[in-house]
Design a protein around this ligand. Structure first.
Ligand code: AMP
Length: 446
């Protein structure tokens, strides 16, 4: 008989197994809690979007909207209508802005505060903490251009990371101007870099023409010597952009949030205007030290064909934060799969064991071990499982609707009536106390 080779997950994609899922849940709950405290409402958006939304919203010149985009094969509809060109979303901001208009949220009170948590897809080179499918917390304030919202988003996302227990965060801050001042600055940047063109990495030679701002966040060693003397956008801002940046800084000071001005922070996406920021943690090291980042995108809505509407947002990497909790802080201990294990000793007890399982579940997570193994083997498995209680069942006791309830830590074992189980397994004193307080009842069979 031919044996098929075992099928594995596709490269760069991974399973999040129970131990890791617990850390994810902690991170997600902290995000939901903080976002709600700040008055943000949760939404769910499609993972698949029209290619135009991403190409225009994220920009084909960026990695996420260009070479890393997962494109789906178009599916013709049953009526013969040509299928739309669709992609797996690499980020959520463009979708959020689309949903804001498409759902009529632009008609209500402004600004609108939204958040979502979900998977993103980028066909990047897989490496530690850089996956092809990863989860993001995405937070957006759409409909007002006050720099106070920039700082609110930063304060909230900082609070989210602190709520998970992460300390020693650093906030990197920059501005990239807007349509008034940036074009002139980009020409200055190109004029500065052109004489060194041949010495730049091939990617940067391309960026010099397509996306010169990204010359500044290049990580290639051969390009580093040219950065220090490059013109800085903060020296070339127009009046309104300079005033907005001053306000962001003074509101951050008032919030007690320290920041480091980083003239090389530009973000890879084309629609950002003015504030850009990144929250980093040194312990992750290297290129993967960003836990999240964001900024203002006042030019995005018009780019997507909607009325000019300002917005500011943040995308946080759930995988990286969960990794920190699990591997750096060690603060997440996955709970046992079940706190109570029901161990029928003989075959033929499945019905009674299932019923006892139902009763115990009223009080605690409970699993039934239906395998036809010896009690010894089942007890060994129970010991390893991290459960607190085992409920041992034999046919004679099942007739009387009683079980042996054993506390795995103390080894205490008592007979307990089925109906007294919920109380017995929640009692801090254990079964002995229940017995003394009259919790153990002797009842005949049904
Ligand atoms: P970006 O949308 O590129 O600004 O990313 C925002 C955050 O998402 C980053 O700071 C990371 O924490 C996380 N992130 C981005 N790309 C990946 C990836 N390929 N794998 C894991 N996390 C990622």
């Amino acid at each position: 008989m031919p044996t098929n080779p075992p099928i594995k997950a596709a490269r760069g994609l991974r399973d999040i197994l129970p131990a890791e899922r617990t850390a994810y849940a902690v991170v997600e709950h902290a995000a939901q809690d903080l976002a709600r405290r700040f008055g943000y409402q949760e939404v769910e958006l499609p993972i698949i979007e029209p290619v135009e939304l991403i190409e225009r919203g994220v920009g084909t010149g960026s990695d996420a909207g260009g070479k890393e985009l997962y494109r789906l094969e178009p599916h013709a509809d049953a009526d013969g209508e040509a299928g739309a060109r669709l992609v797996l979303r690499p980020e959520a901001t463009a979708s959020m802005v689309r949903a804001y208009f498409q759902g009529g949220l632009n008609q209500g009170p402004q600004p609108v505060r939204l958040f979502t948590i979900g998977p993103m897809f980028r066909h990047d080179r897989p490496q530690h903490l850089r996956y092809r499918q990863f989860a993001q917390l995405d937070v957006e304030v759409i409909g007002d251009d006050s720099p106070a919202y920039d700082v609110e988003v930063i304060e909230m996302t900082w609070g989210w990371l602190e709520a998970t227990g992460i300390r020693n965060l650093s906030l990197e801050l920059n501005t990239i101007g807007d349509a008034n001042c940036r074009p002139r600055y980009l020409r200055l940047l190109q004029d500065y870099y052109r004489p060194f063109r041949d010495k730049l990495h091939p990617d940067c030679q391309r960026r010099l023409e397509d996306n010169p701002l990204r010359l500044l966040d290049c990580k290639e060693a051969q390009c580093q010597p040219f950065k220090a003397a490059a013109p800085k956008i903060t020296d070339h801002l127009c009046g309104p952009c300079a005033a907005a940046f001053e306000q962001v800084k003074s509101l951050l000071d008032a919030a007690g949030l320290e920041y480091r001005l980083n003239p090389y922070l530009v973000r890879g996406l084309d629609y950002y205007t003015r504030t850009v920021f990144e929250l980093q943690h040194g312990s992750l090291g290297g290129a993967q030290n960003a836990l999240g980042g964001g900024g203002r995108y006042d030019a995005l809505a018009a780019e997507l064909g909607y009325p000019d509407t300002p917005g500011v947002g943040f995308a946080g990497g759930i995988d990286r934060v969960a990794y920190m909790l699990q591997h750096e802080l060690g603060t997440v201990t996955p709970p046992a799969a079940a706190d109570v294990l029901v161990l029928p000793m003989n075959e033929g007890l499945e019905r009674a064991a299932a019923q006892v399982g139902r009763i115990c579940r009223r009080a605690s997570p409970t699993a039934v071990d239906y395998r036809t193994r010896s009690l010894r083997a089942k007890m060994r498995a129970a010991d390893r499982s991290g459960a607190t209680w085992v409920v041992i069942m034999n046919a004679e006791e099942a007739q009387r609707r009683v079980v042996q309830l054993r506390n795995l830590a103390s080894g205490d074992q008592r007979e307990v009536a089925w109906d007294a189980l919920p109380e017995a397994i929640t009692s801090p004193q254990g079964p002995g106390e229940i017995a003394r307080s009259g919790g153990v009842k002797r009842e005949g069979p049904e």
